[in-house]
Design a protein around this ligand. Sequence first.
Ligand SMILES: Cc1ncc(COP(=O)(O)O)c(C=O)c1O
Length: 361
Amino acid sequence: MKTMLFSPGPVLVEEEVRQSLLHYDICHRSPEFEELFVAIQGKILKLFNADDSYYSVIVSGSGTSANETCLSSVFAEGDEALLINNGVFGDRLLEILTKYNVPTTNYQPGWANLPNMDEVEEILKNNPKITYVCMVFHETSTGMINPVNAVGKLAKKYGKRFFVDCVSAAAGQHIDVVDNNIDLCTSVGGKCLGCYPGSAYICGKEELMASTPAAQGKNVYLNLGKHYEIAKSSHQTPNTPNVNLFWPLNAALDWTLEKETLAGRVERYQKCAKILRDGMKEMGLTFLLEEKDMSNTVTSVFLPEGSKPVEQFVDELAAAGYTVYPGKGKYLAMNMFQVANMGAICPEDCYKFLEVLKAHI
Ligand SMILES: Cc1ncc(COP(=O)(O)O)c(C=O)c1O
């Protein structure tokens, strides 16, 4: 049964993106693939408002694969990381850093709390071995937008590199890697860009990628230096990529950058989020975050006091044709759920969703 995905990925895709899957088969070691690869690389840079000092590589995998490609590759022996961690996906970055034995200062302001910049600065001032500040742009588990610009300024002030997980932010928030001093960031097709899961990509300073030797990477497949080397020398990927997903990735990028425009897409997301939030407030529902801290695409909402368990509510909505997510971790016990407006969702869909929601809370 077709369900309306009001969940933060996978998302509903535009018909043009779906049709592009039917492209004839090609080989990934062919000029036709190389041409497509280069075209996509250029469009990825535009998503991040990158200038020509940046370069992009494409990794077949989920968001975690792009994060792991970066974090398993960029640390030399003796380097350390500062992780600003305020949610599930901050924890996921910690898991990766820990797995690859990167000594990490795990700064935790608490879930759904913004970092205190004085505390961040204190850590950077006192830890010369830290080479990277790492954080999540849009902490999807709460829907919070982190203060990327302020952290980027501090990273620059202390001569640190800045890695940002933009998995749920690219094409949903305004991102400017130059202005935000971001050295390396990641995202995927299957969230705000409105494509399918399975395509991840990395945008970073080219001098950084060029000076990250493949031998330094601790992973065979998820190896930034290797991806850069092969992309640069042959416009290909080191291993067999998900060739068939390159067409929809290209179509989703064209849709976003040309048809809708990046600014237009962000504006549509803001409009949809406002419709949803205003409607839910009218129903007396309360939110986890203040609206000023929320992203354009995810709203974390509590069911009213004494209502049914959130798992039952989520099942009922699914039966009515709408997918929303139950809250993660401690928020599940607090009867929280998450509504996302990512992908091919328009204001009319949001009004319809509110009607269904009203009948089930
Ligand atoms: C901010 C963020 N980072 C990382 C991930 C992990 O992505 P994936 O599940 O595609 O590996 C997600 C997934 O939702 C996310 O929202």
